[in-house]
Design a binder for this molecule. Structure first.
Ligand SMILES: [Fe+2]
Ligand SMILES: [Fe+2]
Length: 179
């Protein structure tokens, strides 16, 4: 299966760009749902610092996207959905490079879960962009995103981390940015 769009990039968790934000003090009641629903909890830890840091960033971006759905600014929703997708591609790429290097036997199945997620996010983007379409259904999407992330991180990623820890292989070096 071609792995387009899944090029491992820097496994560092630091996001380069910040999305537009209205600031916490201007949030309307209920807008915090995204941040509390996707708040990081120690029970999500896979026991590997690099992966945990990336998951925290993934959860943060998921929360920002879900919050934006309440504000109903088409532009902001689109930007935050891309902001989430880009980091998911980066994180999945880093995990996949590491699991291949470590000879993880569950690589193919794990990559399939990642691929499916990116495909679903791209479908959401299409839905969102479609003129006169029904758009994104906030409650359904929030439920799906929360379930997927928590389930993947606490099962597939925990299993992967167990293997990585057992092999003792350090994370692969981040790819050099093009000169
Ligand atoms: Fe992960
Ligand atoms: Fe994963």
């Amino acid at each position: 299966m071609p792995r387009s769009g899944h090029k491992p990039r820097s496994p560092s968790a630091a996001p380069a760009a910040e999305p537009p934000s209205r600031g916490a003090d201007t949030a309307a009641p209920g807008e915090r749902e995204g941040s509390s629903r996707f708040a990081w909890k120690p029970e999500y830890s896979v026991g590997i610092e690099e992966i945990d840091a990336q998951h925290q960033e993934l959860f943060r971006r998921a929360g920002l996207f879900i919050e934006s759905l309440r504000r109903q600014s088409r532009q902001e929703i689109g930007i935050l959905l891309s902001f989430l997708r880009l980091y998911a591609v980066t994180h999945f790429g880093a995990e996949e490079a590491w699991m291949r290097e470590a000879g993880y036997p569950g690589t193919e199945a794990h990559e399939k879960q990642h691929d499916r997620f990116i495909k679903d996010i791209l479908e959401l983007s299409d839905q969102h962009e479609r003129k006169n379409g029904p758009g994104i259904e906030p409650a359904r999407v929030a439920g799906w995103l929360e379930k997927w992330l928590k389930n993947h991180v606490t099962s597939a990623d925990v299993e992967l981390a167990r293997h990585l820890k057992a092999t003792g292989l350090p994370p692969p070096k981040p790819e050099e940015p093009p000169a």
